[in-house]
Ligand binder design. Structure first.
Ligand code: NAD
Ligand code: GDU
Length: 356
């Protein structure tokens, strides 16, 4: 069990204006860390960070600094590491995350996610900051041969996005191996399906364009931005024929990052290791729709459609390793995920920017 508050350690959070990053920054500030966010705002807006400041209040908000910068530009990283006299650790969220988009624009994904990560590792080496928590994904398990997925399961990427996550993990493993004993410490957090929103209703997911993922899509149907949900596949070998995933509340993820950071600071022999962040429970698409209808009181019209290519039948996490070694366990179930997601979208039907 790793516990205790941060002692003012200085954390660089790449992609900290995004969905998971912004929720995590709230928790980092509350736990006493000093946070520098670097983001190029290609999939986010600075209003999310204004709201973070509002949520943590005037005592803690001076501990957050925002730097508009692109990981693909080494000069932006150099400037930031120089200006802040380096960092104690990095949480690396920045990346593009659309599976379908990555199939259409593979070079764009490799450039942003791989080149960006190489540049970050280089800056970390140069400024002697050698602790990283990295946003990996359950996508590295591909079509899992068995569930629950355990960290030592076979890894297999199925698209350029997935490969960019797998390469980043492999790069991390190589860099750690090449360093001296205890020199680099890295934790890869393999998220399952992040959903929900901050309980205040002030922070949440605000995707650009038509959402690809289930819950952002449902939330837009609920507020009338989209007419109905397409349910992809109703002939899967599951209880109701729809595919099963392990949905996890974004605030549980935020707490998972704090637990990982504490582990990095506390354990000088951790080397390079991966943890699943999931609940260990599988929920079908139709169960998720029913839970959202209950939480919102809104009917979500659905249309049954063929399977989406590349989708697995059922993916859920083995949570033992994170529970045992990080002392972290997801607290929230799908009721709270849907309650908070509805609270966010009903207060912000057009996201952070109002009508766009
Ligand atoms: N949300 C999910 O379903 C999910 C699941 C598994 C893993 N992940 C990973 O977690 C991380 C965060 O995901 P999210 O849902 O918060 O996404 P997001 O798009 O909301 O946040 C990513 C942030 O990174 C920024 N960014 C992207 N490329 C950048 C660059 N080159 N330089 C600087 N900033 C850059 C974006 O502007 C954005 O603010 C991503 O790496 C994603 O691949 C997400
Ligand atoms: O409009 C939609 C969107 C999704 N689904 C279904 O809902 C389930 C969940 O789909 P998501 O797109 O929300 O999530 P995925 O499990 O496909 O993938 C997500 O979670 C993965 C981790 O497990 C990876 O991180 C990946 O990048 C990320 O998009 C799937 O069965 C999908 O077919 C629909 O029926 N209709």
């Amino acid at each position: 069990m790793v516990s205790g508050k941060g002692r003012g350690e200085r954390i660089l959070v790449t992609g900290g204006a995004g969905f998971i990053g912004s929720h995590t920054v709230v928790e980092l500030l509350r736990q006493g860390y000093k946070v520098w966010v670097m983001d190029n705002l290609q999939n986010s807006c600075v209003e999310a960070l204004h709201r973070v400041c509002h949520l943590v209040g005037p005592r803690l908000s001076p501990n957050l600094q925002f730097h508009h910068g692109d990981l693909c530009n080494p000069a932006d990283l150099d400037r930031l590491f120089n200006a802040s006299s380096s960092f104690d650790a990095v949480i690396h969220f920045a990346g593009l995350k659309g599976v379908g988009d990555s199939v259409v624009n593979p070079l764009h994904y490799y450039h942003n996610n791989i080149v960006g990560t190489v540049n970050l590792f280089q800056a970390m080496a140069k400024f002697n900051c050698k602790k990283m928590v990295f946003s990996s994904s359950a996508t590295v398990y591909g079509q899992p041969e068995e569930v629950p997925c355990a960290e030592e399961s076979k890894l297999h990427a199925m698209n350029p996005y997935g490969r960019s996550k797998l390469f980043a993990e492999e790069m991390g493993r190589d860099i750690e191996k090449a360093g001296g004993e205890g020199e680099w410490r890295m934790i890869f957090l393999r998220y399952f399906n992040p959903v929900g929103a901050h309980e205040s209703g002030k922070l949440g997911e605000d995707p650009r364009g038509i959402p690809n993922n289930l819950m952002p899509y449902i939330q837009q149907v609920a507020v009338g931005r989209l007419p109905h949900l397409n349910v992809y596949g109703h002939d899967y070998p599951t209880n109701d024929g729809t595919a099963v995933r392990d949905y996890i509340h974004v605030m549980d993820l935020a707490h998972g990052h704090v637990a990982a950071l504490r582990k990095l600071f506390a354990n000088d022999t951790i080397g390079c290791t991966a943890y699943n962040l999931g609940t260990g429970r599988g929920t079908s698409v139709l169960e998720m729709v029913a839970a959202f209808e209950k939480a919102s009181g809104k009917k979500i019209p659905i249309k049954m459609c063929p399977r989406r290519p590349g989708d697995a039948t059922a993916v859920y996490a083995s949570t033992e390793k994170a529970e045992k070694e990080l002392g972290w366990k997801a607290k929230y179930g799908i009721e709270e995920m849907c309650r908070d997601q509805w609270n966010w979208v009903s207060n912000n039907p057009w996201g952070y920017q109002g009508n766009h």
